[in-house]
Design a protein around this ligand. Structure first.
Ligand SMILES: Nc1nc2c(c(=O)[nH]1)N[C@H]1C(S)=C(S)[C@@H](COP(=O)(O)O)O[C@H]1N2
Ligand SMILES: [Mo]
Length: 386
């Protein structure tokens, strides 16, 4: 005889409890939809967060993400019979199953990453895989909605709805803390961005310094000729400047580094800053080069200028607000080494508090501008493709 509780068999008790506690179907479905939307938006937005003030976005992403486990569980429980019987499948069912699998995989990889695990797949960290799955989910949800959309009008915002979604969020918060505790116990330290020290993830014996050489998407230029290279400072300035390497790197930029070429207003600047890549690694390095504010002062900035755009030999580019740009560095060396080709030599942008993809490598032009540059988002994705 199967085990019994209060005279009923366990299966019946669990089913009753499930029915009692689970929020109404429309609430589950809409919470799932809203939850996934929150995840996609907060996940993408988190790519731009590099200062602790934005840490809440990562918390939100973790808690809402883990609360989806409960909602997805409730949903799968509800449709279990329909899924188990092939005769009740319709055209959209296989895609729905795929969607559930991708959602669980996205949740699993995200949680594994937070808990300090990484299964490297070629260049891809588990965090990269998580992002890839999340983006795939966007497409799947769109298809799913087209097939199964039902209006939110029939949602009954009652007590059971509030309790159910509240419980899911509490579960999300608890399991998030638990996965962080696992990371702590395993000594897998991470920044608030979720990024981990390079040494934990990679063989640190990488080119020109103990951190990997990475491209955002497809940039892979030929090495830049250091003798022929010039830096142009242009746009909303009094005088366009064209500088050779010796002028940008007053200490080691000359063809003969021992000369220590130094021009009148050119002081070498050093900056300790954290390069934090959205692939999930970070490294703290001492960068040396020329302060951007120094270059801008030499060119003379127009009164109504508001942004500074840094443009790579590949066309890749990023803009910073003027004040922030002044504090940034055009680095020509890192640690004790001249900046290698892979790391963006002869000169790369070092933008403290910004994420790695914004640290433009192989900079050849600095443009002072009156407007921001929304197209930069697209350009960073497309540059490097011929
Ligand atoms: N021109 C250019 N700059 C770039 C990139 C790129 O693809 N092209 N990748 C960015 C990304 S995603 C990161 S994380 C850093 C990596 O710098 P590193 O290769 O020195 O580690 O450079 C950034 N600068
Ligand atoms: Mo990156």
């Amino acid at each position: 005889m199967p085990p019994r509780i209060a005279g009923r068999d366990v299966g019946t008790v669990v089913r009753r409890l499930g029915r009692r506690l689970s929020p109404p179907p429309q609430v589950v479905d809409w919470s799932l939809g809203v939850g996934v939307a929150v995840e996609v938006v907060s996940g993408l937005a988190s790519f731009t967060v590099g200062t602790p003030g934005g840490a809440w976005l990562f918390w939100l992403h973790s808690v809402v993400g883990l609360s989806l486990v409960v909602l997805l569980g409730a949903k799968l429980w509800r449709v279990r019979r329909r899924l188990a019987t092939r005769a009740t499948w319709d055209r959209a069912t296989p895609l729905s199953i795929l969607q559930a699998v991708v959602t669980l995989a996205a949740l699993g990889t995200g949680t594994a990453w937070v808990a300090g695990y990484n299964v490297q797949v070629g260049f891809w960290t588990t965090l990269n895989v998580h992002v890839g799955l999340g983006l795939a989910l966007v497409a799947l949800v769109a298809v799913h909605l087209a097939a199964r959309f039902h209006s939110p009008a029939d949602i009954d915002p009652g007590r059971r709805a509030a309790l159910g979604t509240g419980a899911a969020l509490v579960w999300g918060a608890l399991t998030w803390r638990a996965s962080e505790a696992v990371a702590g116990a395993r000594d897998a330290t991470s920044r608030f961005t979720g990024s981990r020290p390079t040494g934990e993830l990679y063989d640190t014996d990488t080119e020109g310094g103990a951190f990997p050489v990475t491209s955002w998407v497809a940039d892979d230029p030929d090495p830049v000729d250091r003798e022929a290279w010039t830096l142009t400072v242009t746009g909303a300035v009094d005088d366009d400047l064209t500088l050779d390497l010796a002028a940008v790197d007053p200490v080691s930029g000359g063809s003969d580094a021992s000369e220590g070429a130094r021009d009148d207003d050119g002081e070498a600047a050093t900056l300790t800053a954290t390069l934090d890549c959205t692939s999930g690694w970070y490294t703290v390095q001492e960068w040396r080069g020329r302060q951007v504010g120094d270059l801008l002062a030499a060119a003379g900035v127009a009164d109504d200028a508001r942004y500074v755009r840094f443009v790579s030999v590949t066309g890749y580019r990023w803009s910073l607000p003027l004040a922030e740009a002044r504090d940034a560095l055009l680095a020509t060396s890192v640690g004790d080494d001249r900046l290698s080709h892979g790391h963006g030599g002869p000169a790369r942008l070092v933008a403290p508090g910004r994420r790695g993809f914004q640290w433009v490598k192989w900079v050849e032009r600095v443009e002072v501008r009156r407007h921001g540059d929304p197209a930069q988002w697209l350009v960073t994705l497309l540059s490097g493709f011929d």
